[in-house]
Design a protein around this ligand. Structure first.
Ligand code: 5GP
Length: 120
């Protein structure tokens, strides 16, 4: 895993250098709408700390950050009115589809989602 790059786009959003459409903000996390949604609801939840991906976050973050992040996802789901019919995705590494190297969870909802991946 590469080192954290503080010039990634989500770090810039956290610093207020570029705008985002914020859903909610907590002590430990920010939730905002994806700029290129692939479902009617497509929200990203990011921790405020500098973590490359889920593997990095869950290995290094404090318990307060991890619990705060999980609660922020719950708060985002509530704000979106979602109790089921949604998918949470965190891509880890370019080969898994990660394109922004600041840990984030996608919340996807609003259209049918069947098999997780198409068969090769
Ligand atoms: P990944 O491919 O890393 O799992 O997801 C990155 C997501 O970030 C993509 O869905 C992409 O559309 C979104 N994204 C990239 N740049 C921006 C941006 O500047 N603003 C917002 N709101 N989303 C972005």
């Amino acid at each position: 895993m590469s080192a954290y790059d503080a010039n990634n786009v989500f770090a810039k959003i956290l610093r207020g250098e570029i705008p985002c459409n914020t859903l909610l903000e907590t002590e430990h996390a920010l939730a905002f709408h994806d700029i290129a949604p692939v479902a009617p609801t497509h929200v990203l939840v990011i921790p405020k700390g500098a973590y490359v991906n889920a593997a990095d976050f869950y290995a290094r973050a404090s318990e307060a950050e991890i619990i705060g992040y999980a609660r922020a996802i719950t708060a985002a789901l509530k704000a979106l009115g979602l109790s089921d019919g949604f998918r949470l995705i965190s891509n880890n590494g370019a080969s898994a589809g990660q394109s922004v190297f600041h840990f984030h969870t996608h919340i996807l909802a609003g259209r049918p989602m069947h098999a997780l991946l198409a068969k090769e």
